[in-house]
Design a protein around this ligand. Sequence first.
Ligand code: ZN
Length: 138
Amino acid sequence: MSLPFQISVATLEREVLVDITGQVQEALKHFAPGLSGLVHVYVPHTTAAVTINEGADPAVKRDLVEGLARLAPRNAAYRHTEGNADAHIKASLLGNSVTIPVVDGILHLGTWQSLYLAEFDGPRTRKVWLTPIPRLRA
Ligand code: ZN
């Protein structure tokens, strides 16, 4: 059995995007040195997500958090009584995995892209599972 590689991410606020690009890149160096292909990045949680968006202007991640809060307000009427229904909705909107091209061990992201763990019910320590997918050679 070959389990995914796991990294941990501590989130410090209830709702926050944490840039994990460097942490995933570093993990790849150890777990899959020289990989060319893809890495599947998966969050095994129901109130957190992963997403790729602009990393240059920190205002963008605040706008994402605030924009999602307008779509799913924390104090609206929900059936789920745990108090985090908004977090479940936000996590589903962003999704729990992304797949990123990797070239010679380096994440092949666009110039302005960063990889984020999106926390919607923190602070907590979250798991991120990484599955390297080597490119097939004909
Ligand atoms: Zn819940």
